[in-house]
Ligand binder design. Sequence first.
Ligand code: C2E
Ligand code: MG
Ligand code: MG
Ligand code: MG
Length: 286
Amino acid sequence: DYALYHSKERKRGSTTLFSQEHEDAIRDARAVETALQSADLAAEMEMHYQPILDTVTDRITAVEALARWTSPKLGRVPPDRFIAVAERCGMIHSVTLLLLRKALADAARLPPEIGLSFNLSSHDLASSETVIAILAAVRRSGLDPHRITLELTETALMRDFEGAQQAITLLRALGIKIALDDFGTGYSSLNYVHRLPLDRIKIDRGFMADVETDLGRSVVSTILDLCQNLGLDGIAEGIETTEQLNAVRGHGCRYVQGYLIGMPQPMADLLDGLRKMTPPAEPVVV
Ligand code: C2E
Ligand code: MG
Ligand code: MG
Ligand code: MG
């Protein structure tokens, strides 16, 4: 049967296509792993920062740190690719801490009313060693923990729900906020979202593509109602057009993020942009 199936597939060419893609993916992951293991991570990695807008005050309320790796061997490698590899080859603990320290150091340059949001890998909360190291890094940075949000995905919670719950409680006791990232892309969000001590929910950008259709609108407004009922801030991700911005605002979404508001950029560029947005209160006398 297998041979028959196989030859049928082969005739259509899909087996060959699949195994070719599969082989490419494996080769790619190996190349990333090799480059990662021999990388000077501190020198090759930097963080970019994307603004999150409070539409009520019309001010930037926080920035999300997004990792950027330029490998001398591979060029730019997007975080979706190298984080997964770091998780598999046991490097995620050191990668997370390196990136977090960079983000905390950069955040010292932000005005004190602006918060820092940082993405955790799904492996991070499962390791008490990592959680303790995160707490130590935050304390050593001197940044007010109330300004820090840690973003988690559903995968992180499903990996070990009890463990994640404990870690979240510990982090929140220090004042750190917790956001559930990419909300709506997992398969069981509604099962546990009310059982977790969360502060924010980030509505996945996949929903914004449809937000102008009736069905898309009703999905987004349902998620926003859920946020409101649970007393959580909803943040709409991936806002690219004014129509999308108006649609989510119309449903009471206060916080928005996306290319329309600002691109991920180096801290220096972000600070320049902020200065242009908020001119000095006193006229400058030359
Ligand atoms: P995420 O946390 O959901 O981050 C949002 C992603 O959407 C970012 O991609 C951002 O550049 C992109 N984005 C923002 N606005 C728009 C928009 O208007 N349109 C579109 N099409 N895209 C937009 P990026 O930087 O490639 O990061 C991808 C993912 O990699 C992140 O998704 C996050 O899960 C992960 N990641 C990034 N930095 C880190 C990190 O430092 N640590 C860990 N563990 N994961 C990270
Ligand atoms: Mg995120
Ligand atoms: Mg997201
Ligand atoms: Mg994502």
